[in-house]
Design a protein around this ligand. Structure first.
Ligand code: ZN
Length: 198
């Protein structure tokens, strides 16, 4: 069995959230065919990419202890774009300027909402330092999945019985440790609906 494992992760994001661009895929069929090393999807798909103007380093998992909750809430294209503008590209290729495929972000968020409990990460680095084991994920998407898995394994993820949203319990997300609802609104709605039921 592993002793307690620490996760460390540093990532980069544009200092100005406006410094990203949406790269639209060519809509006509053939223009993408020259890029033979790319899969058909990545040739045809829209991306969100940093302009590489002024990248700041930061620690997403420490600064946002319930970041996975915001990721899991991504349902629309605009949500995915906004998430990247706020927290940076999700993949290493994305960070290097190629951008992230917007459809892929939506797929991953859906998987998280569905309560996925087996997650393949791309690469983990293990760091042994004075008797402690620390692991470091390769990219922001993996870091978010690890944060989500950690919350789930500690019983800190809950599904709201009113709106079905998956949310983080406890101080990480500014909620009580035994929170049953995602928000006071949902709690009120649920209770008033319960009262009106015959
Ligand atoms: Zn709710």
């Amino acid at each position: 069995m592993l002793a307690s494992v620490e996760i460390t992760f540093t990532w980069q994001r544009e200092r100005n959230p406006r410094d990203y661009e949406v790269i639209e895929a060519p809509r006509s069929g053939k223009s993408g065919m020259a890029l033979l090393d790319e899969s058909p999807r990545s040739v045809q798909a829209d991306r969100i990419a940093p302009k590489l103007k002024c990248l700041d380093r930061y620690q997403p998992l420490d600064e946002f202890p319930a970041l996975w909750e915001q990721f899991a809430a991504i349902k629309k294209r605009e949500d995915a774009i906004k998430f990247v503008r706020n927290y940076g590209p999700l993949s290493r290729k994305g960070l290097q300027g190629k951008g992230d495929i917007i459809e892929d972000i939506l797929d991953d968020a859906q998987l998280m909402r569905d309560g996925c409990n087996r997650i393949a990460l791309s690469k983990l680095v293990a760091i042994i330092n004075s008797g402690r084991l620390t692991i470091s994920p390769d990219n922001l998407l993996d870091a978010i999945w690890l944060q989500y898995a950690d919350a789930r394994s500690k019983g800190r993820a809950n599904r709201c019985p009113q709106c079905d949203k998956i949310f983080a319990k406890g101080p990480d997300a500014g909620r009580r440790a035994d929170a049953k609802f995602c928000s006071p609104d949902c709690k009120d709605k649920f209770k008033s609906l319960a009262r009106s039921r015959p």
